[in-house]
Design a protein around this ligand. Structure first.
Ligand SMILES: *[C@@H]1O[C@H](CO)[C@@H](O)[C@H](O)[C@H]1NC(C)=O
Ligand SMILES: *[C@@H]1O[C@H](CO)[C@@H](O)[C@H](O)[C@H]1NC(C)=O
Ligand SMILES: *[C@@H]1O[C@H](CO)[C@@H](O)[C@H](O)[C@H]1NC(C)=O
Ligand SMILES: *[C@@H]1O[C@H](CO)[C@@H](O)[C@H](O)[C@H]1NC(C)=O
Ligand SMILES: *[C@@H]1O[C@H](CO)[C@@H](O)[C@H](O)[C@H]1NC(C)=O
Ligand SMILES: *[C@@H]1O[C@H](CO)[C@@H](O)[C@H](O)[C@H]1NC(C)=O
Ligand SMILES: *[C@@H]1O[C@H](CO)[C@@H](O)[C@H](O)[C@H]1NC(C)=O
Ligand SMILES: *[C@@H]1O[C@H](CO)[C@@H](O)[C@H](O)[C@H]1NC(C)=O
Ligand SMILES: *[C@@H]1O[C@H](CO)[C@@H](O)[C@H](O)[C@H]1NC(C)=O
Ligand SMILES: *[C@@H]1O[C@H](CO)[C@@H](O)[C@H](O)[C@H]1NC(C)=O
Ligand SMILES: *[C@@H]1O[C@H](CO)[C@@H](O)[C@H](O)[C@H]1NC(C)=O
Ligand SMILES: *[C@@H]1O[C@H](CO)[C@@H](O)[C@H](O)[C@H]1NC(C)=O
Length: 810
């Protein structure tokens, strides 16, 4: 039963460690001129910096080497390198999860210091996850014509992402320059969910000229790949594109300048003879799978609908139907090509016989190899002299260590106690500090499958249109939005981390907690998490959209029509069910810690759902929790928890008691405008209840609606919840039970009234006078499938009393 708890706690410890690193480090852009102190700009636009001790990266023992033939026409970038005859690495601090573009530049020269000609080097390149980016690589024939190897890598937040350069025995490894930065593009073909590295093999501007784009990608011409020059002709370039479309149409994704330069879409190849096909040939590794991205844009100038088929290795892949409205709209289509026997790979297009306009075209093509090879990471000789500690890391390392020790102590202590109760789960403490690369994978939330791209969120919210803001808070704004698939969502976007000081560390912790907690639970009365986004230092959570907003808005301080007593009871019952599930359901042992009327949301049918799990803590039922500091919202805080800092489910019960009073009285938990004794609703409500004056503080909009027995039951429930001593408070199961009872009492009254109003009382009136023992309040057991708690029947006699049966008479 504690299986959720231990990993969550260890993750929390771990996150706290990371979060302090996270917010203050530098941007994750690395452009390194290896083996040199000189800054160099390339004609293609990138600016490389000389190696520096204060740029967030470091490298292990190795040598800086220089070209002895100082030829003037060569960029200085390619006249120096870092080289070694044993494995060495570059280590990077990564402050944001995401897909990174990594480029390695190699240009062989003869170096004086090593008396080696770099052309003879044979080596591999590995990343921190053992992936073989390059295997038995040699830079022969690259003298003064550099080769650039480009990869897309998934990297999660870490201060120790490494690229290893591993020479073959008796050889050596080298690298002239390294680029590493967050990629604005990703490749996510349908049904492909792997996070394997991708290696760019081909990138073509079909029918056009070479292009260097703004992120340093080189688009080559397709001339050398066309199998039959006569089958295709260049389409007339078109400079105006239609960029107003976004989203996905039948697998084709609307594109824009960040996916590929618009120049790529402005040129194309089209058919010369519509009865044949156009085929492009590529040589690839037969031992690898590939991701192919084909770019299309109808610039061929025919008026009707062009429909053609796309083939890979002669097999049908996809019908590309570009109807006339999509003329000049750029699209791309991603797919995976499985291992094949041949080293030759071909892509063809041919018109679809049924189409009104017989033509086919292609504007761009990218082919990426999926890297699956693994190799052992070598032992690297560390060198004090060369290892440059990341500047931020060194300042904060100490800080985060203190954090971890504190929390680690608290949680570690908790754990020792917990061991007695938890038999099956494995406690795997995180290293107290850094601990090297063991860091890197633990933070990955991707396995949850909830990630949504920033781009999609931008388009869902019309780029965070302020008109769509439906809520604001200390954390940031909540926007209304619609995902590409039509789902209505609420998008909670935290303020950018760097705009806030130290408090933001807590923000990340709460962000991750909410994702982890919500991804584990699904319940009718808990708001569902649809996804999250942590690209570009954003912290965005995407929830199901709750049409009617917060419960609070329906109680006071707004123009929303007031809820009826019946509705209020239904809502309280629903919220109690949600909390009961948190405490005891499938994910049992979760304490919400911030129960309040603004965290209870209503859907279009006024069904209540509990939201905002950022402060949640998880733990076994029979245990109390020592938390690092008291959290929650003033006015709802359990006084016992404030004193003892012992967190239990009963703290939620207390807060829920305050919500019950808010619902009854239609006023906030704290109202500073009122006289002192009335200011705090919990105190005021309890005082009135004791004096038997609760009716006098009932929300005036409920006048004459409430059945007195329903009010009495409800008031008693709130009173029980608000007991100072946590052990005197009921469980949520008990509360739920009492609320259901209050609801039934109310419905019975209404029914009676309805019948009294009608002229046909006689027939059924007898039924209402027959008391039948049907339900027992406060038994701690319900008949309702998903919330059932199957034990602990509290058979206190005085709690049992009878009630009227109402059956299904409505
Ligand atoms: C090189 O560029 C870095 C920033 O990228 C700058 O801090 C440094 O001063 C530059 N060095 C020289 C010698 O210009
Ligand atoms: C692209 O960049 C390379 C250098 O990396 C340069 O040689 C080439 O001329 C550039 N091409 C264009 C079209 O700018
Ligand atoms: C490179 O540096 C030059 C000036 O030295 C600047 O104009 C250019 O914008 C920089 N390029 C990038 C990509 O930062
Ligand atoms: C390095 O060696 C290769 C042959 O292995 C030779 O073709 C090349 O010219 C040499 N480069 C230099 C700079 O000496
Ligand atoms: C690299 O090449 C050498 C010999 O050329 C071979 O023995 C070795 O197995 C290769 N390594 C890998 C990882 O393929
Ligand atoms: C290098 O060039 C020579 C001749 O130009 C060629 O035979 C050899 O295959 C090339 N090697 C590589 C690795 O491209
Ligand atoms: C993706 O999977 C679905 C369901 O398995 C299948 O119908 C669809 O054809 C697949 N798409 C691709 C591109 O393989
Ligand atoms: C088109 O191709 C078909 C079959 O390949 C051929 O018979 C026909 O002559 C071609 N037409 C033109 C105009 O080239
Ligand atoms: C394309 O045409 C060639 C010959 O013109 C033919 O061999 C090949 O099968 C065709 N490919 C497709 C996918 O139609
Ligand atoms: C890809 O190829 C492998 C082995 O060749 C095979 O097991 C697998 O089913 C293939 N996958 C698809 C989607 O065709
Ligand atoms: C990854 O590298 C480590 C360290 O050398 C090694 O223990 C492990 O077996 C490697 N894993 C794989 C799959 O090669
Ligand atoms: C560009 O297109 C991609 C793919 O459709 C999309 O995810 C992204 O949001 C678009 N970017 C902009 C700035 O519109």
């Amino acid at each position: 039963m504690g299986h959720l708890r231990i990993p969550l706690l260890s993750l929390l410890v771990f996150l706290l460690n990371l979060s302090s690193f996270h917010f203050l480090s530098l941007a994750d852009d690395y452009f390194i001129n290896c083996g040199s102190h000189e800054n160099v700009s390339l004609t293609s636009g990138q600016n490389f910096s000389g190696e520096s001790k204060s740029a967030g990266y470091s490298f292990s023992k190795s040598k800086a080497v220089k070209d002895i033939n100082q030829l003037p026409d060569i960029s200085p970038l390619y006249k120096t390198a870092r080289s070694f005859n044993k494995p060495f690495y570059y280590q990077f601090s990564i402050t944001e999860d995401g897909t990174y573009l990594v480029r390695l530049h190699f240009s062989a020269f003869s170096s004086s210091s090593s008396s080696n000609n770099l052309s003879t080097a044979v080596f591999g390149v590995l990343d921190s996850k053992n992936f073989t980016l390059l295997n038995n690589f040699t830079a022969k024939n690259t003298t003064y014509s550099p080769v650039i190897k480009e990869f897309f890598l998934r990297i999660d937040i870490t201060d120790s992402f490494r690229l290893y350069f591993t020479p073959q025995p008796s050889s050596f490894a080298f690298v002239n320059a390294i680029e590493l930065f967050l990629s604005p593009v990703d490749f996510i073909p349908e049904n492909y969910t792997s996070n394997l590295p991708l290696h760019t093999i081909y990138r073509l501007n079909v029918g056009g000229s070479p292009v260097n784009d703004t992120i340093g990608r080189k688009w080559e011409t397709d001339d050398s790949h066309i199998s039959d020059q006569n089958s295709a002709k260049k389409a007339t370039p078109q400079s105006t594109l239609n960029l107003d479309r976004y989203g996905k149409i039948d697998g084709l994704v609307a594109s824009n300048a960040s996916v590929a330069p618009l120049l790529v879409y402005q040129t194309a190849r089209e058919m010369t003879n519509v009865t044949s096909n156009i085929t492009w040939l590529f040589s690839v590794s037969s031992k690898a799978r590939h991701i192919v991205r084909a770019h299309f844009c109808d610039i061929v100038g025919q008026p009707g609908n062009i429909i053609f088929n796309l083939y890979a290795n002669g097999n049908f892949r996809k019908e590309i139907g570009i109807i006339s409205q999509y003329s000049a709209v750029p699209f791309f289509y991603d797919f995976v090509v499985n291992y094949s026997e041949s080293e030759l790979f071909n892509i063809s297009i041919r018109p679809n016989n049924g189409a009104s306009e017989q033509n086919a075209f292609l504007n761009g093509l990218e082919i990426l190899e999926i890297v699956e090879g693994l190799a052992p990471i070598p032992n690297v000789k560390e060198s004090k002299k060369n290892v440059v500690a990341p500047v931020v890391g060194s300042v904060l390392g100490g800080l985060s260590l203190i954090c971890v020790l504190t929390v680690g102590f608290v949680f570690g202590f908790r754990h020792r106690k917990a061991e007695k109760h938890v038999e099956t789960s494995v406690w795997s403490p995180m290293p107290a500090n850094g601990g090297g690369s063991s860091h890197s994978s633990a933070l990955n939330l991707d396995y949850l499958g909830l990630k949504i791209s920033f781009n999609e969120i931008q388009s869902a919210t019309n780029n965070f249109d302020t008109k769509l803001v439906i809520g604001k808070g200390g954390f940031g704004n909540v926007y209304r939005g619609t995902l590409l698939n039509g789902t209505k969502v609420a998008v909670k976007r935290a303020y950018k981390r760097d705009e806030h000081g130290s408090g933001s560390g807590q923000g990340l912790l709460e962000f991750k907690t909410e994702i982890i907690v919500l991804s584990k639970i699904r319940h009718r009365h808990l708001v569902s998490l649809i996804g999250y986004c942590n690209e570009r230092s954003e912290m965005i959570l995407v929830y199901e959209f709750m049409e009617k907003g917060t419960l609070r808005d329906h109680l006071y301080d707004s123009d929303v029509p007031r809820l009826s007593w019946n509705q209020r009871l239904e809502i309280c019952t629903g919220a109690a069910r949600g909390l009961h599930y948190l405490h005891t359901g499938a994910a049992r042992g979760i304490i919400h810690r911030d129960v309040k009327s603004s965290n209870i949301l209503l859907d279009e049918n006024h069904v209540a759902k509990v939201a905002d799990f950022g402060l949640s803590r998880s733990g076994a039922l029979d245990e109390t929790h020592v938390s690092t500091n008291v959290k929650g919202t003033f006015g709802y805080l359990d006084p016992e928890y404030m004193m003892s800092e012992q967190l239990t489910e009963k703290s939620d019960v207390y807060s829920f008691g305050v919500v019950l009073l808010e619902v009854l009285c239609g006023r906030p938990a704290i109202d500073p405008t009122l006289p002192r004794e009335q200011m705090n609703l919990a105190e005021w409500g309890m005082l009135c209840k004791k004096k038997g004056l609760l009716e006098q503080i009932v929300d005036s909009s409920l006048k004459n609606q409430i059945d007195p027995s329903s009010l009495r039951t409800f008031g008693e429930t709130a009173e029980k919840c608000l007991q100072d001593d946590a052990s005197d408070r009921p469980t949520m199961a008990d509360v739920l039970w009492d609320l259901e009872y209050a609801l039934q009492l109310q419905k019975t009254t209404k029914l009676k009234e309805a019948h009294e109003d009608s002229t046909t009382i006689a027939a059924s009136s007898a039924a209402f006078s027959l008391p039948i023992v049907q339900r027992f309040p406060s038994l701690g057991s319900t008949t309702n499938g998903d919330d059932t708690r199957d034990s602990d029947l509290d058979t206190t006699e005085n709690k049992i009393f009878s009630q009227l049966k109402i059956g299904d008479a409505r």
